[in-house]
Design a binder for this molecule. Sequence first.
Ligand SMILES: Cc1cc2nc3c(=O)[nH]c(=O)nc-3n(C[C@H](O)[C@H](O)[C@H](O)COP(=O)(O)OP(=O)(O)OC[C@H]3O[C@@H](n4cnc5c(N)ncnc54)[C@H](O)[C@@H]3O)c2cc1C
Length: 401
Amino acid sequence: MAVDNYDIITIGGGLGGAALAKVMADYGARVLVLESETRFRDRVRGEAMVSWGVCEAMELGIYENLKDAGGWDIEYLEAAFGNNAPVRRHLRTTTEPSAPRFNFFHPDVQEVLLQGALDAGATVKRGARVSGLGTQGSRSVLATVDGSEQEFTARLVVGADGRYSRTRGWGGFQTSENPDQTFCAGLLLDEMGAPDDTTHNFRIFHKSLNALLFPQRSGKVRAYLCYPTTWGEQLSAAKDIQRFIDWSVEAGTPAEFFADAVPAGPLASFNSASTWAEHPYCGGVALIGDAAGATDPMWGQGLSLTLRDVRVLRDQLISHDDWDEAGHAYAQEHDRYFTVCNTVQSWNEKVLVETGPEADARRAHVLPLWAEDPTRRLDTFASGPDHPIDEPIRRRFFGED
Ligand SMILES: Cc1cc2nc3c(=O)[nH]c(=O)nc-3n(C[C@H](O)[C@H](O)[C@H](O)COP(=O)(O)OP(=O)(O)OC[C@H]3O[C@@H](n4cnc5c(N)ncnc54)[C@H](O)[C@@H]3O)c2cc1C
């Protein structure tokens, strides 16, 4: 079997794999992307990047690529929780990175970034399904390309194969998972009567329903709905679209937004429990993006975490001759910021997602304190995970100080 040699192989050409391939090829690395899809379709994935992720994209030099893919800035976030009056926030002037949010159509971004990787000199093989690590140990992979199995070797293999990553298993990584709590369903809609300059979030507490609207430049709107796994049913396909709309309206979305709406893609839903690998580097294999750690989509951190992974790994690789050291330094930093996101997420779930008398009492105590001083809640989801999460901060969050 012929063996091709590279500096880096990425297993997967999603946001993580394609972005890493582009930025490392820009530095002159020989990069191979192995991507199983020949054509990207709507997989109902993230299409709304929060402010701190926009800064990561700028830092990586891919923000213009994302704009070329049809992405656009969204200046406002409006959140209506329970019976409280909606709170409207201008993101550019109220977030630490002073940046708006950014919405796009995921398949177009994958396509444009892979083209960017090609233009920078990376080799991209589409329709190439990786089936495992190869005969040369962890620094090689086996893939079926054009119907035949081929082996490729590299200094570094990067598992960028998403939420259901198989590289995690092949590389011997231990996977941790939060308990099941929420399903996240998503649907792209055309002709929706929602304002196009604002991301909307509607939430009711007694049923733990959360609806989100992300307008796209094309005039379409990506709608998500988060609901408890205890309901037992995962919304999917045309048969469930009316239920998706009914539950979104129940969550607080004005019914008139849906009056003329037409589905423009598939309806699919996913179990949202966070899944992650501790220390996502081992023996020549690094994990990035959802493969390294996928948080609950409800909090919109996945795209930003993925770009943070790309930036941190890139910076370590270009500053170390020894890529084993670089991999461990990346993994150590990943553990820090992922833990901050996952911890702040679990704190928010206690206040905003849990149901029952104890959760109601917690909300009655905490929400007025947050309204009085919003810094108590922490701005991690918009401004990023670069802050401590010690006991005094936890107590302040829950109003126990
Ligand atoms: C319903 C839902 C809503 C979301 N909403 C948001 C949001 O609003 N904001 C946000 O920031 N994040 C959101 N996310 C998360 C976001 O989509 C992910 O964090 C992001 O897509 C991760 O990118 P990735 O490159 O790591 O993985 P992916 O985008 O999953 O890409 C993985 C790639 O690897 C390829 N691949 C997989 N296995 C193989 C193999 N064996 N061989 C070759 N190729 C392979 C796949 O074809 C794919 O192209 C959401 C996720 C879901 C499920």
